[in-house]
Design a protein around this ligand. Structure first.
Ligand SMILES: Cc1cc2nc3c(=O)[nH]c(=O)nc-3n(C[C@H](O)[C@H](O)[C@H](O)COP(=O)(O)OP(=O)(O)OC[C@H]3O[C@@H](n4cnc5c(N)ncnc54)[C@H](O)[C@@H]3O)c2cc1C
Length: 270
């Protein structure tokens, strides 16, 4: 099998999540680990790495925000049209390591997409974990992903939501994700999984480090410009690792070897 040749598969469902984000279900049979991604081709436009946000072995879900060439084009496509897909690639979240422990999931904006398979794993295997908390923040309530899942998820975990800016009808918390951190009940024996904009991950890491979470037990998913997805082309090489092959999920202490370590945490980590 040539790993550069995509499988050509149809779009079988499209769900509008927010004004700029849709979930595309494509008929690509594959098994995957939560946190893995595929290289998605839109023919004539290019390829982009996209996390798998769900799947049943026969189909996968890709939750895509329209930001550029490939992603804007797929937003104009319809059910029945064809895309290419390679993968799954990458290492995924350390779900096995979290078994028997507390689990803290922190997501910002579109960062909930790669974490959704973990959340769904928790719902279907609740007995594998101790306390589970999901903190999710978005800029506005209308920009929250997967709102139709929140009631179900809240039956299995502490679900804490926040928005930077309220809209009419929002009666929940207002403030960035870090303002929810004082509601975290369990620090010891906890695995943390985090995905969101770099600024959110930076400040959340700092707050969690101050609360006593060890950096070796905190994991984040890094976004890097990548092409091949299989650790050959070198586009995503940074500090001796290929983000596509060795990541995209890294523990915080490993990530700080090659991303800028915030000045404020120097003392905590050194
Ligand atoms: C491992 C991994 C998983 C990812 N998972 C997802 C996912 O599940 N859903 C998703 O929507 N995206 C995801 N992304 C980001 C996605 O790959 C990029 O948004 C995509 O490559 C953009 O391709 P494009 O051709 O549409 O944009 P381009 O035409 O390449 O870029 C157009 C412009 O948008 C800017 N741009 C590119 N990416 C982003 C971005 N993420 N945010 C803001 N501006 C950007 C570029 O700098 C450029 O100026 C993931 C990235 C990685 C590395």
């Amino acid at each position: 099998m040539n790993p550069y040749i995509p499988r050509v598969v149809p779009i079988v469902d499209i769900r509008e999540e927010t004004p700029d984000t849709k979930t595309f279900t494509i008929a690509a049979p594959m098994s995957f680990q939560p946190g893995q991604f595929v290289e998605l081709s839109v023919f004539g436009y290019g390829e982009a790495p996209i996390s798998i946000s769900g799947g049943d072995g026969k189909k996968i879900d890709l939750t895509i925000r329209a930001v550029g060439n490939v992603t804007n084009k797929i937003h104009r496509m319809q059910v029945g049209e064809y895309v290419g897909v390679r993968g799954p690639f990458g290492n995924g979240w350390p779900v096995e390591k979290a078994k028997g422990k507390n689990l803290l999931i922190v997501a910002g904006g579109i960062g909930l997409a790669p974490l959704k398979p973990v959340v769904e794993h928790v719902c279907s295997h609740r007995e594998e974990f101790r306390n589970v908390t999901l903190l999710y923040g978005a800029r506005k309530p209308s920009l929250m992903l997967f709102k139709y899942k929140f009631d179900e998820w809240a039956g299995y975990m502490d679900l804490l939501l926040t928005v930077d800016e309220a809209e009419p009808g929002w009666e929940g918390h207002v403030g960035v994700v870090t303002t929810l951190c004082d509601k975290i009940r369990h620090v010891a024996d906890t695995i943390t999984l985090m995905c969101g904009p770099p600024i959110m991950m930076k400040y959340t890491s700092m707050v969690l480090l101050e609360l006593g979470f060890p950096p070796s037990e905190m994991y984040l998913s890094l976004e890097r410009n990548m092409k091949c997805g299989i650790g050959i082309c070198g586009h995503c090489a940074v500090g001796g690792v290929y983000v596509c092959r060795d990541g995209p999920v890294f523990s915080l202490n490993k990530a700080f070897r090659f991303i800028e370590k915030p000045h404020e945490v120097q003392g905590v980590l050194d």
